[in-house]
Design a protein around this ligand. Structure first.
Ligand code: SF4
Length: 384
């Protein structure tokens, strides 16, 4: 057994452990265990500094989860976009491939609780139909291995999957969505990295939410992945009490960049059952973005997105930088709130439209002055 597997085995997971370690009432711990089981491995446990801190909030079951019974269990509508078991095909050229229900830590805010934990939730027996689907759909050029966490598979099992994917010629890019570099960096071993190198291009998306998760171990793990030729990106989730302020996010993004991880997304927390207490007003995220852009390297600035409820996909949100705009210019403000005017380039196609418009108007024997014409051109003239 490898060290990381031994550490999984030593995780806190039972009701009795929750009661003893975190002083939960037994009946509450039982209900929480039924709702979404706990798994806190010794490494992540060691990052907790005090009860209720940003690390604790992410992993220790909380009674508040039981108050939120109305939230959807599949907020992103992944099931209805699943043509065969284990596959979600939402975007034209990409597919999500769920390869395990296991994770190195069970995050209390997880959006995929319905699929995570119990090994029956994602069946390995249905992988074959997933491979067939990917082979038949030549438009899919990018496959994201997720779950659960694909790095919970053994190297041998993961390699079998990678070999099968590399046999499908139209799949160009393979991505691994894994939280292991953050929650159990011991999983990133030389043996794993040597195996991954054989199946490039492989991209890694990992998931750090707080600067305290950046440790010597996680730096080493991310550096090994980068040395193995895997570009590593980070998807953080914005959460109340965890990282809902600009200073924490700034420290996180700069820390990630310094350990060769490119900040990719900050997600507005999903509307998922049991996680309502993590949600923040949209202005919190917009304010964070306002205090990142221009204040730190552009390489460290991720996109702030809402993963649209019902399966609409990721939609970026930006603070408002545009003060006004007309056909000749745009008035903008920069990160210091200084105002600038930028002259626009006249759009030739609009001039063509203007000529067409004028001819039609002449036919109708109507005289239109230039001001009125421009006002009209702002409105699509599809029916003219
Ligand atoms: S690692 Fe990902 S899939 Fe697993 S519990 Fe955490 S958020 Fe959910």
């Amino acid at each position: 057994m490898e060290l990381w597997q031994e550490m999984i085995r030593q995780s806190i997971h039972s009701v009795d452990q929750l009661v003893e370690k975190f002083k939960l009432k037994k009946e509450v711990a039982e209900k929480l265990d039924k709702f979404f089981q706990a798994r806190i491995n010794p490494y992540y446990l060691s990052l907790i500094r005090y009860p209720g801190d940003p690390i604790w909030l992410q992993c220790v079951p909380d009674e508040k989860e039981l108050e939120d019974i109305e939230g959807p269990s599949d907020p992103l509508n992944e099931e209805s976009m699943s043509p065969v078991p284990n596959i979600t095909h939402r975007y034209p050229d990409r597919a999500l491939f769920l390869v395990t229900s296991q994770c190195g830590l069970y995050c209390r805010f997880c959006t995929r609780k319905r699929k995570v934990g119990d090994s029956n939730k994602i069946s390995m027996r249905t992988l074959e139909s997933a491979f067939n689907y990917l082979a038949q759909h030549t438009e899919i050029s990018d496959v994201i291995l997720s779950g659960g966490d694909p790095l919970m598979l053994t190297d041998a099992m993961l390699e079998k999957i990678l070999i099968r994917l590399r046999e499908i010629k139209h799949i160009q890019v393979i991505r691994l969505g894994t939280k292991m570099p953050c929650v159990l960096p011991h999983r990133i071993t030389p043996k794993l990295c040597n195996m991954l190198k054989k199946y490039h291009p492989i991209y890694i998306n990992t998931h750090f939410n707080h600067p305290w998760e950046i440790t010597e171990d996680s730096k080493r793990a991310c550096g090994m992945l980068a040395d193995a030729g895997c570009p590593v990106g980070n998807q953080a989730v914005l959460m109340k009490g965890v990282n809902d302020n600009p200073d924490t996010m700034k420290e996180l993004m700069k820390g990630l960049l310094a350990m060769r991880v490119r900040p990719y997304y900050i997600y507005q927390a999903d509307l998922t059952k049991g996680a309502n207490h993590f949600r923040t007003p949209l202005d919190v995220g917009l304010d964070i973005m306002d205090k990142l852009r221009g204040h730190i390297s552009g390489l460290a600035v991720p996109q702030f997105v809402i993963d649209a409820p019902g399966g609409g996909g990721k939609i970026p949100l930006l603070p408002n930088y545009v003060i006004s705009r007309d056909e000749d210019k745009i008035i903008l403000r920069n990160f210091k709130y200084n105002v600038y005017e930028y002259p626009d380039v006249r759009d030739e196609s609009k001039i063509a439209d203007k000529n067409t418009y004028l001819r039609r108007q002449k036919k109708r024997k109507r005289v239109i002055d230039e001001k009125e014409l421009i006002a009209n051109l702002k409105i699509p003239i599809l029916n003219n």
